[in-house]
Write a protein that binds this ligand. Structure first.
Ligand SMILES: [Zn+2]
Length: 82
């Protein structure tokens, strides 16, 4: 990940990452330009899913099927066994 200094726009370096969870962290950064020397904290956080994880597809399908009326579940089962 490339971080830019919020003051001069130069390259910045992440010196420390403070994770609050697996989806949020504070990034302690410093500008690489010695004439600037700005140090700052950026926030990193999960926003939203674009494509679900393949590891969770089975859970998603099961959750969806549980919301379907029984007759639709039977139809789905018949479609899958053909
Ligand atoms: Zn800077």
């Amino acid at each position: 990940m490339r971080i830019h200094c919020t003051q001069c726009g130069g390259k910045a370096r992440i010196n420390k990452t403070n994770w609050f969870s697996n989806a949020a962290a504070d990034l302690y950064c410093s500008c690489s330009d010695p004439e600037c020397g700005h140090t700052f904290v950026m926030s990193l956080g999960f926003s939203h899913t674009i494509s679900p994880s393949a590891k969770n597809v089975n859970d998603l399908v099961i959750a969806l099927v549980k919301t379907m009326p029984p007759e639709k579940v039977k139809e789905l089962h018949q479609m899958l066994t053909i």
